[in-house]
Design a protein around this ligand. Structure first.
Ligand SMILES: [Fe+2]
Ligand SMILES: [Fe+2]
Length: 298
């Protein structure tokens, strides 16, 4: 089985990872940088360059599942990630993304964390846009490390639930489709949550379910894959955001867009938003579409 290159020794529930060092210093520098760029029109520039129609990528990933039930054949999940609502992304800035997703008619939409940059109320600025994401099975989300700032993530979950977007907090939702079942498992963030409980989250999963795990930080993927699931959807890395020597090391390490971890496929989104600087260099903003396809054997 392959492993995620930047995976460190698991601790706690087996999937937790240590938070990056110098967190407060990083957050302080990020806040100062953001406010400097805001004064220079950073939000307008970023959205024009990366979130306008035709400026972001739609990436299509097929996951082959042996013996897939016809009820799940072709099922498509649209993944948004790392919005980081705040200084560089706000009300109306996701309009083109939402319209692009609507044109693809996915069966489900998921958001894999980092809704905000710094404050929970930033999540409300993009809620009107996100509430327009309609699909037969609904929109589900998990939190990323940024979302725990001030420990107000519960307020984000409440506000989003009122608009039909459900956060899975160490929880599972099962969907019976034909004679098949899709089990969607959502984990709390591996760095910042008070509790990460993979066992509880996977509790309702039954043998034969096609299990998709939403986990913001891909560093836990090896441990999650060891428990057995079809796919893991992550974000967090922004694809390094600025893909230049030396600078790419400033953010979370990026294990790659798609990795095979034995029978489990890890898909890592490069996200839609940014932190610290309104720049993406060599790394497009993106929406990922995961589609299930049956096969006889891997
Ligand atoms: Fe992020
Ligand atoms: Fe993150």
């Amino acid at each position: 089985m392959a492993s995620v290159p930047d995976h460190s020794e698991p601790v706690g529930q087996g999937v937790r990872v240590p938070a990056r060092r110098h967190g407060r210093v990083r957050r302080g520098l990020s806040w100062v940088a953001e406010h400097s760029f805001v004064a220079m029109g950073g939000r307008w520039l970023y959205c024009k360059q990366h979130l306008a129609p035709g400026r972001f990528v739609e990436r299509f990933e097929t996951v082959r599942v042996p013996g897939l039930d016809p009820g799940l054949e072709g099922l498509t999940i649209a993944q948004l990630s790392d919005l980081h609502a705040g200084a560089f992304l706000g009300a109306g800035d996701l309009s083109a993304v939402v319209e692009a997703v609507a044109r693809r008619c996915p069966d489900m939409v998921v958001i894999t964390g980092d809704m905000i940059a710094h404050q929970w109320k930033e999540s409300l600025t993009v809620l009107d846009d996100l509430a327009r994401l309609e699909s037969p099975l609904g929109t589900f989300a998990v939190f990323g490390n940024h979302d725990y700032r001030g420990r107000n993530e519960g307020r984000i979950a409440e506000a989003y639930a009122e608009r039909g977007i459900r956060f899975l907090r160490n929880e599972c939702e099962r969907f019976e489709l034909g004679d098949g079942v899709l089990a969607l498992v959502g984990l709390e963030d591996l760095e910042e949550a008070k509790e990460v409980d993979l066992g509880r989250a996977r509790g309702p999963v039954q043998p034969g379910d096609v299990e998709i795990v939403l986990c913001h930080n891909p560093r836990g993927a090896s441990a999650i894959a060891g428990a057995g699931c079809t796919a893991i959807l992550s974000g967090h890395t922004h694809g390094t955001q600025v893909d230049l020597p030396l600078l790419r090391r400033l953010g979370p390490q990026h294990p790659g867009l798609r990795l095979d971890l034995g029978p489990t496929t890890l898909i890592v989104s490069r996200g839609l938003g940014v932190v610290a600087v309104p720049l993406r260099v060599g790394v497009p903003a993106e929406v990922v579409y995961l589609q299930l396809k049956g096969c006889s054997a891997l």
